[in-house]
Design a protein around this ligand. Sequence first.
Ligand code: UGA
Length: 431
Amino acid sequence: MKICIIGTGYVGLVSGTCFSELGNNVICVDIDKNKIKKLNDGIIPIYEPGLEELVKRNYKQGRLNFSTNTSSSIKKSDIIFICVGTPTIKKTNQANLKYVFNVSRIIKNNLNKYKVIVMKSTVPVSTGDKIEKILNIKKNSNKYDVISNPEFLREGEAIRDFLYPDRVIVGTNTKKPNKIMKNLYLPIIKKRNRYFHTSRRGAELIKYASNGFLATKISFINEISNLSEKINVDIKDIAIGMGLDERIGGRFLRAGPGYGGSCFPKDTRALVKTGDKFKTNLSIIKTVIKSNDNRYKLLLNKICRILSYKVKNKKICFLGVTFKAGTDDMRDSPSLKIIPSLIKKGANINYYDPSGPKSDFKNKKINFYPKLKDACFKSDLLVIHTEWNEFKQLNFKNLVKKQNFKIFDMRNLYDQSKMKKNKLNYFSIGR
Ligand code: UGA
């Protein structure tokens, strides 16, 4: 099939590349000339394991192309995926649909034959209706269907999530585009019966409800971890014990510094907004947002407690600053709140991150080290903020080389009893 992907960000680039890997002809379009030039030169603008190899292979074989010419790319294609950003408008809970509507207007002017217009970016329920309204002019009659096909890719696992999905959700209000989409996804759904068809609004809501539910699971276990800390039990045991019940499931029950990233914080807020629009009080999601927003304060307090409330001039080293492992993404990372608060209290911060230095930290008292051991050397406190594999078996005494240093493991990567045996001052979450 001939596919045009509009918006070559995270979702667009991964989806376009994977569709080309499945044998389709794909043009990935972006208005950012620099990005498209880089992609044509074989430079991948994001960090995603396995992506570079797939891009290069399919580009070489001519199935994957990059262009800044949106109009001609639309004309050449049968299926158009809208993958542009939908950031939250500052100081509101609302998703900004400016880019989605701009793209819809370009599509409207380039409908030279029947096309399926697929909304892949996460958009509030009823956005499909609005796109349809934009396209709906006389000369375009019967030349399009607007459908919803939300993405469920996790950063760092995106290729696997795309090629081996738990489910493919397609929302259409007519039969024809459903047939086309089923055919498109056939190579990855035929082994496992994971294709689910519903209405367009239904698919739009499945996406938000899924992210809202996962965010709830995380906030739930985080609050239970606050309690288990007080009553002297191990949150890991609680999560395992709960997860053994198949109705609950063990995944997404890891207590930690709170959820971050480009999806959960944005989508939970947009879900509340959708509830408001349709006069429905989504009180659970509202509470989840509050609970997650406050989490960093709890962890900050714990750091102060670990340092006996003497934070000034203490050397604190962060191991990982991104919102999770396997990505260079800093969006809504808990470290963005915790580190500046520690600086305000007079601490000096070193950090090491396998994905490199971050421009988010501009303060002179925050220093990146390209080597883990240089970052940790002579620290008063190590904070394991992100669960990168390379942090899972460290020889802390060799790294720090200082008496009485402390470790705060925000991801519960280590066995408490072993740490005690090794006479390390070890603190973790909910244990
Ligand atoms: C999330 C969803 O998992 C994807 O299915 C979805 O497609 C994507 O959002 C999106 O809407 O585009 P992602 O944001 O990449 O994917 O990251 P997750 O792996 O879901 O982690 C989100 C946050 O929750 C991270 O901060 C992570 O550290 C935290 N988390 C996750 C926990 O604290 N505990 C857990 O048990 C799991």
